[in-house]
Design a protein around this ligand. Structure first.
Ligand code: AMP
Ligand code: MN
Ligand code: MN
Ligand code: MN
Length: 291
């Protein structure tokens, strides 16, 4: 099946590039500067910082990257609601000064505070009081409060052993502490990214619970709104999922991305720049960026 597949230049492919990670301006734990320093120390050549709905970490990260001679790509991970599900869309190679993008991200962030208070109320009902204050302690550098800040506090309390156990027991649909939330519309997020001259990429597609019909509808909506890429190599994907999304990318003519989704040295399943390279029969999202 692979015999007539076009190969893309290997020099671009073999760059150690990491196009998905978080700093403490969202739900990561390292400062933007420390994150860039860690990436550089681990041999990453090009890095994109992609905080959730937030770009305020980019200037400090870009400046430190320039000092170190590390390539830097401006990015963001936008929370989107589509057909009742949350989907994360990476905006890569964006112009972070674009006014519509900035305003859109600010609106997307604005609901998080109220949602956090509601999460806390839900947790109170199952005997975990004051979780809002507990989560805020973990979000002291962030302008966005995330379920991951709650998760860190729940681990501190000892109600679960680790972050992934918290998410199995709390904070997800059907469990205590889940609060449904309306994020940005897919079409809006893609318009902000496009207007900021960036590239829209579906983050960790293996994480979404779509049946076949819904998955098709989602990718058709993503592509018709101007989406161009999909994460293939990412810490959330099993080897089988890598194959599944490679096939899907080829079916839809999407480019492939590589990003660890690193948040913290102890919590994250994969460190910066540790992923295998993108397979050779898919065009990298970065192929035309002139890196
Ligand atoms: P939020 O955007 O506030 O809904 O929080 C989502 C964040 O929680 C994600 O970006 C991850 O950092 C984290 N998260 C969600 N599910 C899991 C999970 N199963 N294991 C570990 N972290 C998770
Ligand atoms: Mn996160
Ligand atoms: Mn995500
Ligand atoms: Mn992420």
């Amino acid at each position: 099946m692979l015999h007539n597949m076009k190969k893309f230049p290997s020099d671009a492919r073999n760059i150690n590039i990491d196009l998905h990670c978080h700093s403490n301006v969202s739900d990561g734990t390292l400062t933007p500067v420390a994150l860039v320093e860690r990436a550089h120390a681990r041999g990453v050549a090009w890095l994109s910082l992609t905080d959730h709905d937030e770009i305020s970490g980019l200037p400090a990260a870009a400046a430190r990257a320039a000092d170190l001679g590390l390539g830097f790509i401006h990015g963001v991970e936008i929370s989107v609601s589509w057909a009742g599900q949350t989907v994360h869309i990476l905006g890569l190679h964006i112009d972070p000064t674009h006014a519509d993008l900035r305003a859109g991200l600010e609106r997307t962030r604005s609901g998080r505070e109220q949602r956090a208070r509601e999460i806390s109320e839900e947790l109170t009902k199952v005997g975990i009081p004051d979780a809002y204050a507990g989560a805020v302690k973990y979000a002291d550098h962030a302008s966005t409060i995330s379920r991951l800040h709650f998760a860190r506090y729940l681990v501190e309390l000892g109600v679960a052993d680790n972050i992934s156990q918290v998410f199995q027991r709390y904070l997800v649909r059907g469990r205590p502490g889940f609060v449904p939330h309306r994020w940005a519309r897919l079409e809006d997020a893609l318009r902000w990214i496009r207007d900021a001259r960036g590239m829209a990429v579906v983050a960790h597609p293996g994480r979404y619970v779509f049946d076949e019909l819904k998955r098709r509808a989602f990718f058709e909506a993503f592509i018709s709104a101007g989406g161009e890429g999909i994460e293939i190599m990412t810490s959330a994907h099993t080897p089988d999922e890598v194959q599944t999304y490679l096939k899907l990318a080829r079916h839809y003519g999407l480019k492939g991305s590589r990003g660890s989704d690193f948040h913290d040295p102890n919590e994250s399943p994969m460190d910066l720049g540790e992923l295998p390279p993108l397979p050779s029969f898919i065009e990298p999202v970065w192929a035309q960026w002139g890196l």
